[in-house]
Design a binder for this molecule. Structure first.
Ligand SMILES: [Zn+2]
Length: 303
């Protein structure tokens, strides 16, 4: 285990960038972000899912300088033409549809010319209410959210809708207008993430179909673009979605699906069940560099 201060020094000395020049990834490193918090934000339940703004900017710089950032369209084109991807392909993704992606992530994405996919649950955007897990975490703590992941779709629907506290509430979802603005930023692709963010495998098939198809339809109506990629809410294979869910995603016309299984998205993985690396608030730039250069390549690596 290498300590954070050592990693910071190695990053500053350019060690990771030099090392990465000789590393070839075994697949695409798909990074899974959620929202981006202000640097001075106070810790709140689930805020570990939101990387700090200055850390995100440092991630972007590292990815631009030491890796090969790609868009999902680059990936599609490489697959269609049978071309290999660049040796250190990285795809940035954001789940859920937080306003902070527009206010705190988009400036760094454009500064460094980085493509990204934003997976949006349409219900909170349309109704301007908190995501159910943020509302529940604020009322009852993060442990209550874990327990609620085993609820049925009916139980989630029974949750009282709750509005965000203010425009800069870190839990605030994008508005439809803000989503349109993001969708028109070069390099940004909008993907689907259901409507209510219910755990699909816990919902009856008819509900799953509605979540998958109507969420896609709403995004296409709002943005005027095709929505071709899906991220499974919560994303654990066999737990949060199952084979029936994947079949519904295929029949809805999606060509890529993303789980939260940890690992590189290797070429032999099904396109509708790509692996990703979850990006938590604890991942500094030096930590990301260390993982890209070393720990994600270790046998049995899970973080
Ligand atoms: Zn999500």
């Amino acid at each position: 285990m290498i300590q954070g201060a050592v990693k910071r020094a190695l990053l500053g000395l350019g060690h990771y960038a030099r090392r990465l020049r000789h590393v070839e990834f075994p697949g695409v490193a798909v990074l899974c972000y959620h929202g981006i918090d202000a640097d001075d934000a106070t810790a709140a339940p689930l805020s570990m899912l939101h990387v700090r703004e200055s850390d995100f900017a440092a991630h972007c710089r590292l990815l631009r300088e030491a890796c090969d950032p790609i868009s999902l369209d680059d990936w599609r084109a490489a697959l269609a033409e049978g071309r290999p991807l660049p040796p250190r392909a990285v795809l940035i993704t954001f789940d859920d549809g937080y306003r902070s992606v527009l206010t705190r992530a988009a400036p760094s994405l454009s500064r460094y010319g980085l493509p990204a996919v934003l997976f949006v649950s349409t219900g909170p955007v349309e109704q301007q209410r908190l995501f159910w897990f943020d509302a529940l975490a604020r009322e009852k703590g993060a442990a209550a959210v874990e327990a609620a992941k085993t609820w049925t779709a009916e139980e989630w629907r029974a949750l009282e809708p709750r509005a965000p506290g203010a425009a800069d509430d870190p839990g605030a979802p994008l508005t439809i207008e803000e989503l349109k603005r993001l969708a028109s930023q070069p390099g940004i692709e909008i993907g689907a993430h259901g409507i209510s963010h219910c755990i699909l495998a816990r919902a009856p098939l008819a509900d799953q179909r509605r979540e998958i198809e109507e969420g896609k339809g709403a995004l296409e109506a709002w943005t005027g673009g095709r929505v071709r990629a899906f991220a499974y809410p919560n994303g654990r294979p066999g737990t949060d979605y199952d084979a029936a869910t994947v079949a519904l995603v295929a029949s809805a016309g999606f060509d890529h699906g993303f789980s939260t299984r940890t690992g590189f998205a290797r070429p032999n993985e099904p396109a509708l069940e790509r692996s990703r690396f979850l990006m938590l608030a604890s991942v500094s730039a030096q930590e990301l560099a260390h993982r890209l250069a070393y720990s994600w390549h270790a046998p049995g690596s899970a973080s």
